[in-house]
Write a protein that binds this ligand. Sequence first.
Ligand SMILES: Nc1nc2c(ncn2[C@@H]2O[C@H](COP(=O)(O)OP(=O)(O)OP(=O)(O)O)[C@@H](O)[C@H]2O)c(=O)[nH]1
Ligand SMILES: [Mg+2]
Length: 361
Amino acid sequence: MDENKPDEPRFPPPEMMSKTYERNAADGEADYVGSEPVYVAPVEFTPEPQVGEGETRIGVWGSPASGKTTFLGALRLAALDPSGPFGRWQVVPSDDVSERFLVETAQKLAIDKVFPPATQAVRPYAWRFRGDLSGTALGRRRLLRKRPSNRMEFELNVLDVPGGVYEDLRSDGLTARSVDHLARAQGLVYLFDPVREARNNDSFAFLNGTLTRITRLCMQENRLDGPYLPHHLAVCLTKFDDPDIFHRARRGGWTDLGPNGVPVVSDPAGFFDWLADDLHGSTMRLVGQTLRANFHPSRLHFFTSSAIGFGTLPGGSVDLRRFGNVNVVDGNERIVGPLSPYNVMEPLVTLLLGMRNGGRP
Ligand SMILES: Nc1nc2c(ncn2[C@@H]2O[C@H](COP(=O)(O)OP(=O)(O)OP(=O)(O)O)[C@@H](O)[C@H]2O)c(=O)[nH]1
Ligand SMILES: [Mg+2]
């Protein structure tokens, strides 16, 4: 988008948005380069325009390195899964930047077997999703021709930003734009990274401040629904293929074997709360309580997910003794086997269906 066009939203000059962070090569962590977060006077900021007819704005939110970019990059690949319970989908980029991102990331993940680099700047993407839910549990049986069709089509607008912009009390143009995007979205995908939480205990610091600001914006616009935000929220517990997290899930008895020999978690919300206890001393319980307090139960959905999926055997089943899908060679991560995105399309389709149906009982 050309930010200088008079009728486009204006954002602060690039130097205000240029605070970058780099992933620490030693441990894969994302850190700010040079200094602590800056606290500056509120930034003059012109919000994004309202979404157009048939457009859907979904915010993707999560702490640094929680897997936001990988998740988005895996969407088109996830849509190809013929056994997906979400029906058949086609993801068509709406502009050159969005096309390049999808194709480049698919190449990185599926052929080069590496993860995309840490996001350095804000990236707006738009994709058109065209789906057919016929024959799935999500579809409607059309006994009467008057019933709505199982075809769905929507334009997805997302903003991919470095997770550091969501840090509590951070205040600059990029944060203002990102929070505004989340506030104006109809649906949110919140990626909770249990691997980071087990190590750093700080996910709450990338949730609390941002949520407070979203709530203020929604209140100013009279969009709150009683004590709740108006959004539909998909909480994705990411990196479920990670051996430490998956072993914990098995130890707690949360996994079953799904139809294709791939593990499934039939009660992801229960698992989220259990893991919060298991990661004793972490902020995960606070995260769960905060999400439940702020989103209406009928609009809140939990998933366990993995953008790359488990390492699989020929035929697609998972060997529970050797399911890890990431190898570290000379300090560099490599994806081991074929990509089998796990609960990547499902959160999106659930959000869409929730929005279509209104989301209140
Ligand atoms: N095991 C596993 N690791 C993942 C997965 N997705 C991402 N990762 C790891 O998480 C790192 C960060 O992924 P990104 O997609 O760049 O995360 P991000 O949230 O976009 O990060 P920022 O842009 O820095 O905020 C990757 O380099 C991988 O190490 C996944 O599905 N499984
Ligand atoms: Mg990113």
